[in-house]
Design a protein around this ligand. Structure first.
Ligand code: HPA
Length: 234
C-alpha cells in the first residue's frame, strides 16, 4: 500500500491509464476490460486492473489538477513499479480548426504551474511525451480514421480565471488546447525514467464557449480509451 493507493504489490499492471474522473475510470474498466478487479477505493479514486485483448492493464482515477496528478504518478511509480502512464482526458480547444470530439496527442505541455519552476530553480523545463508511444498512438488513430491533431497543449492551474485575453499569446504560438494535468505527468515521467503520453479529446471550445453533449462526449471518450489500451505495452 502507498499513502493514497490501497493496492497490494503486484495488483497494478506495468501500464496504467490515468483519468481525472474516477467514475470514468470505473466505467471504462467495466466496459472495456475483462477479468476486472478493483484495487483502490481510497478517497473514491477508483483503480482497476483487467485485460484488454489479453493484455494486462490498469486504469486509475486521479482527480483534477497538477498536484493531485503528481501524487498518483509518484506513488504508481515508486510503490508499484509502473513503467508507462497514459493520461486519457478532456481539454478545451483554443484553435478554431479543432472540432469538438476530436483527438489531440500532446506533443509538449506549456504551463503556468509553479511546480516545474520551483524544481528547476526558476528556469523552464520543456515537458515532452515518450516518442515511441506518440508514434504508436498516431499510427493507430490514423488507421481508425479518427480525427487527430498533434501539437502543444497548455496545462493550467486554474479552470476559472478572469484574466482578459488570457489565451491570446498561446493561440499565437499554436497551442491547441487547455487542460490541467499533462505538464506534471511528462516532467515526472522524465524524472522517474518511465514512458508517458497524454491523449485528449476536445470537450469544449474555450474561445466560442461551445461544448459537446454528454452522449458525444461518451463516444469520443471511449474511442480514446480503446486507443490508449491498444498502444500501451504489457
Ligand atoms: N479548461 C481547463 N481544463 C479543461 C477545460 C478547460 O476549458 N476543458 C476540459 N478540460
Amino acid at each position: 500500500m502507498s499513502i493514497h493507493i490501497g493496492a497490494e504489490p503486484g495488483e497494478i499492471a506495468k501500464s496504467v491509464l490515468i483519468s481525472g474522473d474516477p467514475l470514468r475510470a470505473r466505467h471504462t474498466a467495466r466496459t472495456l476490460l475483462e477479468n476486472v478487479s478493483c484495487y483502490n477505493e481510497v478517497r473514491g479514486m477508483y483503480g482497476y486492473t483487467g485485460f484488454y485483448n489479453g493484455k494486462r492493464v490498469s486504469i486509475q482515477g486521479t482527480g483534477m489538477g497538477i498536484p493531485t496528478t503528481a501524487i498518483y504518478v509518484h506513488e504508481l511509480v515508486h510503490s508499484y513499479d509502473v513503467e508507462c502512464i497514459v493520461r486519457v482526458g478532456t481539454c478545451g480547444s483554443i484553435q478554431g480548426h479543432i472540432g469538438l470530439g476530436e483527438i489531440i496527442l500532446a506533443l509538449g505541455a506549456s504551463s503556468d504551474t509553479n511546480m516545474n519552476r520551483r524544481y528547476f530553480d526558476g528556469q523552464d523545463y520543456a515537458p515532452l511525451p515518450d516518442f515511441g508511444l506518440l508514434i504508436r498512438a498516431y499510427e493507430q488513430v490514423k488507421s481508425e480514421n479518427l480525427n487527430v491533431h498533434t501539437g502543444g497543449i497548455f496545462s493550467s492551474d486554474t479552470f476559472y480565471d478572469d484574466v482578459e485575453h488570457r489565451w491570446e499569446k498561446w493561440i499565437k504560438h499554436g497551442v491547441l488546447g487547455v487542460e490541467m494535468e499533462t505538464s506534471v505527468l511528462y516532467t515526472l515521467a522524465a524524472r522517474y525514467g518511465i514512458k508517458a503520453l497524454s491523449i485528449l479529446t476536445v470537450s469544449d471550445n474555450i474561445i466560442t464557449g461551445k461544448s459537446s453533449s454528454a452522449k458525444e462526449r461518451e463516444q469520443s471518450y471511449m474511442d480514446m480509451m480503446r486507443l490508449a489500451f491498444e498502444i500501451v505495452p504489457e
